[in-house]
Write a protein that binds this ligand. Structure first.
Ligand code: COA
Length: 257
């Protein structure tokens, strides 16, 4: 699919989605957010895509936040709409049935950090920085950040980041569980592709059901969803194949059915 502010490339069933407004450090303006939404609709429909890696153009920035130049028109009601729309688009990513990994290659600030957190897994290059600096503008994270950051790194760490606006480097992000790995700039994409290739080899129904159940962690109906999704998996051919392959001491061949 062709976009203005996104670049897409499919490598071995893995879509590399690059946010590309390098002159604005890949800030998410409205047009880019609409494209992200359209892109994830396409991902769901496209059978040739089994996983997604989200990254940013250039070596300096993953995404430097929502586009602040569009903030001047904001007032209470418009702010509410903007936040709701941003949340809905990031829910599309979080609820994607295919695994989504953020390869954070520089600044992940504000909406950029929120974008990375909407992805299922995060890895960072050594030059990555994370922050939720919204408070400096007199606002709060509005694309799901107050919730996802608190779930990922705990309330104390999350409130410190949101209330101070401090930038943390990749090592600190690793230490508090915001990212799973820190690798060199050169290794970021190869490492991300290798990790996703491992997941792409797994049975797709079970992958999708795992993501959906994990998304319900900390929700009151989480255990119920786990049972329901477990039963969906046990009805699949890939489940039979996985069990038979183990018993017959051979490699399983999954078909996604
Ligand atoms: N929204 C809109 N434009 C942005 C942006 C954002 N979030 N972040 C960076 N840009 C633009 C700058 O305005 C500048 O544009 P210009 O060349 O037309 O003036 C360009 O990107 C390069 O940024 P610049 O500030 O010159 O780079 P820097 O290396 O000096 O600083 C940052 C980098 C990331 C520290 C700085 O750009 C910054 O603080 N950005 C805002 C981060 C933020 O608060 N994000 C959360 C928003 S809720």
């Amino acid at each position: 699919m062709i976009f203005t502010n996104l670049k897409t490339e499919i490598q071995d069933s893995i879509l590399i989605l690059t946010v590309s407004r390098p002159e604005k450090l890949n800030a998410l303006n409205k047009a880019t957010m609409d494209e992200v939404s359209a892109c994830f609709k396409w991902v769901e429909q496209n059978e040739n895509i089994r996983a997604v890696i989200v990254t940013g153009e250039g070596e300096k920035s993953f995404v430097a936040g929502a586009d602040i130049s569009e903030f001047l028109e904001m007032n209470g009601p418009i702010g509410k709409l903007l936040s709701k729309k941003g949340q809905d688009i990031f829910f599309q990513i979080e609820n994607c049935t295919k695994p989504v990994l953020a390869a954070v290659n520089g600044f992940a600030l504000g909406g950029g950090c929120e974008l990375a957190m909407a992805c299922h897994i995060r890895i960072a290059s050594e030059n990555a920085f994370f922050a939720q600096p919204e408070i400096n503008l007199g606002i709060i994270p509005g694309y799901g950040g107050t919730q996802r950051l608190t779930r990922l790194i705990g309330k104390g760490n999350a409130l410190e980041l949101m209330l101070t606006a401090d930038k943390i480097d990749a090592q600190k992000a690793l230490q508090i569980g915001l990212v799973n790995y820190v690798v060199s700039k050169a290794e970021l994409l190869p490492f991300a592709l290798k990790l996703m290739a491992k997941i792409v080899a797994k049975p797709p129904i079970a992958v999708a059901q795992t993501i959906a159940a994990a998304n319900k962690a900390m929700h009151p109906d989480g255990y119920e969803v786990e049972t329901q999704n477990f039963s969906v998996c046990t009805a699949s051919s890939d489940f039979r194949e996985g069990v038979m392959a183990f018993l017959e001491k051979r490699i399983a061949h999954f078909t996604g059915s």
